[in-house]
Write a new protein. Structure first.
Length: 62
């Protein structure tokens, strides 16, 4: 998982894209869900074609 998400592998923006999105354990390189995953949205065996990350600037109150 990423530094922005507090649960390991609930989101994986650095994974592989699998044509069509859905893939299986047998299709993956190491037998794990290694796609571009956002588990709470599409599940762990669906690889998103693209993602974008938006970071909001932080302004400290005076």
């Amino acid at each position: 998982g990423g530094w922005w998400y507090n649960r390991c592998h609930s989101a994986n923006p650095n994974g592989r894209y699998y044509m069509g999105g859905k893939y299986t354990k047998q299709m993956s390189k190491h037998g794990t869900d290694d796609g571009v995953v956002w588990m709470n949205w599409k599940g762990s065996w669906y690889s998103l074609k693209a993602i974008s990350m938006k970071i909001r600037p932080y302004f400290q109150s005076r």
